[in-house]
Design a protein around this ligand. Structure first.
Ligand code: FES
Ligand SMILES: [Fe+2]
Length: 375
């Protein structure tokens, strides 16, 4: 069996798209790769975990586990929103589950108490203990940044700030008036594929749209499809079709508006702005061959009442089901003994190549901790 390090190095991020081969299929089918990505990709990148609106009240918290890393976010008594690794420093129990409101964090195992700013307040029953440094037992902080309607966290203290690393997408969304939109609904789908298959599919520059999404293709002028790649993001844009209409029960110009913006933030978050709506997609790895895709839908005030929102969510559902079918089929194909690597369509799949480059850089940076021989 090929070593993981060799498999990582088989994709060279310096090779231009015209000559490049896609990453080998082992990146998508090997459980060891998921462990490496957890460290190299997910612990070092910004991940959305909540909406700011869910954490307005003092003491409101949310918690979860993303790519094996338990996290919690809480608004402290001083009004400051903070993120921590959700783990008690006594024996490692997760401190919080789910969402709620708490003035302090009390571990359910042996009742160690932490203030909402992470300081250890008390540890009952430790009489006789020596060299007990309370400050060294504060909760381990994570980075937190609010961007748009979301709270993002990041486990890497050295990481560049989120908004500062995606100025182009930030500006495009500001210009689209996204701050006026309201949260309407949330949906999620479990997909039997590696998380990267979903991201690859999203970033193929519309290549699959005419073949797999007839109802979406009817709304978009595919000749106008463009991809721009930036340091930690890319933006795909497309204009609404002016010549459509026949056979559609909605106005494509109303749905697509002046143009659609499909923004991707490394590694697994997408923000799609079109017409009167915005949807956000978060692709969460569950294991090496399963992921969950979480959608949130936002609309202009009034769109929900008019039934426009329901119709739009229904359209997204149709598109998503078509994408799930593709992605699950690709995952089975990636496991085929007859497939190893593919090629890129250079004028179309730049976003996908850009993603693979960023991923390869992150994986190579962690190279020394990757086992050189097969396990
Ligand atoms: S693990 Fe939290 S108090 Fe023991
Ligand atoms: Fe698609």
């Amino acid at each position: 069996m090929e070593s993981l390090r060799a498999a990582i190095e088989r994709f060279d991020p310096r090779v231009p798209i015209e000559r490049a081969w896609t990453p080998p299929s082992v990146w998508y089918v090997d459980p060891r790769m998921a462990d490496v990505e957890r460290q190299a990709v997910f612990q070092r990148s910004w991940q959305p975990v909540a909406r700011v609106a869910q954490l307005q009240e003092v003491g409101s918290y949310r918690s979860g586990c993303l790519a094996g890393e338990p996290w919690l976010v809480i608004r402290g008594e001083d009004g400051v929103l903070r993120a921590f690794h959700n783990v008690c420093l006594h024996k490692g129990r997760e401190l919080l589950t789910g969402a709620g409101t708490a003035r302090e964090l009390v571990c359910g195992y042996h009742a160690w108490r932490y203030a909402s700013d992470g300081r250890l307040r008390s540890a009952p029953g430790i009489a006789g203990i020596e060299d007990f440094d309370r400050r060294a037992l504060s909760l381990a902080p994570m980075r937190l940044e609010c961007w748009g309607p979301w709270v993002f966290i990041c486990g890497d203290p050295e990481a560049e700030g989120l908004a500062g690393s995606i100025p182009e997408l930030d500006a495009a969304l500001q210009a689209s008036g996204w701050h006026t939109l309201r949260f309407v609904a949330r949906k999620s789908w479990e997909v039997a594929c590696n998380w990267k298959v979903v991201v690859d599919n999203y970033l193929d520059g519309g290549y699959h749209v005419p073949h797999m999404h007839p109802s979406l293709a009817a709304q978009i002028d595919m000749r106008s499809y463009r991809t721009e790649c930036y340091s930690r993001s890319s933006i795909q844009t497309a204009q609404g079709r002016k010549d459509a209409g026949d056979g559609l029960d909605f106005d494509p110009e109303e749905r697509v508006g002046a143009g659609a913006i499909y923004g991707w933030i490394y590694p697994n978050f997408m923000v799609n702005r079109y017409g009167r709506c915005l949807d956000a997609n978060h692709v969460i790895p569950l294991d090496h061959q399963r992921c969950r895709v979480e959608y949130e839908f936002y609309f202009e005030p009034g769109a929900a009442d008019e039934g426009f929102a329901a119709a739009s969510i229904e359209q997204a559902d149709v598109t998503q089901r078509e994408d799930i079918e593709i992605c699950e089929s690709v995952q089975r194909g990636l496991g085929s003994s007859a497939y190893d690597r593919g090629r890129y369509a250079p004028r179309v799949e730049q976003g996908e190549h850009h993603f693979h480059r960023l991923l390869a850089q992150a994986l190579r940076a962690l190279d020394s901790s990757v086992p050189p021989s097969p396990s």
